[in-house]
Design a protein around this ligand. Sequence first.
Ligand code: CAA
Length: 389
Amino acid sequence: MQVGIDKLHFATSHLYVDMAELANARQQAPDKYLIGIGQSQMAVIPPSQDTVTLAANAAYPMLTAADVDAIDLLVVATESGIDNSKAAAIYVARLLGLSKRVRTIEMKEACYAATAGLQLAADHVRVHPTKKALVIGSDIARYGLNTAGEPTQGGGAVAMLISADPQVLALNDDSVVLSEDVMDFWRPLYRTEALVDGKYSSNIYIDYFQDVFKGYLAEQHADLADFAALAFHLPYTKMGLKALRSVLPTTTPEHQEQLLAHFEHVRQFSRQVGNLYTGSLYLGLLSLLVTDPELKAGDLIGLFSYGSGAEGEFYTGRLQPNYQQGLDLALPQRLARRQRVSVAEYEACFNQQLQWIAADQTIDYQHDPQRFVLTGQINEQRQYLDQQA
Ligand code: CAA
């Protein structure tokens, strides 16, 4: 029996800022952001969206009544959690109308946790093949205004339905992982923005990729030529390109060209949204599968997941015959329909997030077209609304 990703869907906000405009506002050359970092647009997350609403907005459109009946495990992976105790997954399960007989947990290990959730879910379905599991990576990447990390912000959520006989990608049982205590990026409980040693974190990312990829090749007696395409965690899209380039010399010039061409599809959506933290690798996979006409059923896809702190994993999946049927095919149109905001409007959004204080708060959500929104806080409890209920 094969187990893997049956459906894949994405949600972000309806707002974005243009990266050339942001570069000008920060007295940087636009090509530094557009080429050097590899980002064209960045999602601007309004205060009416948080980890919970983004996760629910990502999952809701892809779930049928039969899926809802079959789901008995929900994992929300995030490093932008809204509570130190209660799992975001509990709120998400309610908003999605899941059964009360569902195991709901939040997972954390920086940008890596959705992969841990995916592997847990796959093992769960291997033991209970009539059941399905929902795994959502949901985050808002925040480094701060006028910081070096600012052009690598973003936000959104990727929802994955894991089942037996999956439509999209059958997962192989071949993961190689690496994890050790590294201080490249972290966010102490008292901070709303991450602390990062940017250059160091980029070097560790490459080291981890090389380690787990070489480990995979050795364990599986494989080589780079076996792969149709590689998908990467994309904190900024140039990062994935650097990782890919670091292994290209081990294959033929023709295959190098093919891998580079596929990578342009991997990074297409992330280039328009920015870093998603936990969801980023899976937005790259979705982008590849939605936009790349050269892929075909049976192709082997390699996936590199990285979370600072640090943990890396390389694993593979086989593309299934009807993979297009499980994908969020309308995503390019939704991204194109987003509203561009000025740098001043982006900065206002950045500063208007719900405050970490006990007082009641109200959020102006009326202009947010997403189905699920955060409307404020009453008696120290976040208030969520289904605008279509
Ligand atoms: N035209 C074209 N390219 C230009 C340019 C121009 N005019 N000016 C500069 N560049 C290039 C530089 O040469 C450089 O390219 P290379 O890295 O290929 O040499 C690139 O633009 C960036 O320039 P800098 O290195 O000078 O940029 P910076 O010091 O301002 O910071 C950064 C870049 C370190 C990525 C910073 O944005 C940052 O700290 N980001 C957050 C940390 C991060 O994303 N780390 C990634 C690994 S950690 C991880 O993966 C987990 C996670 O999600 C956070």
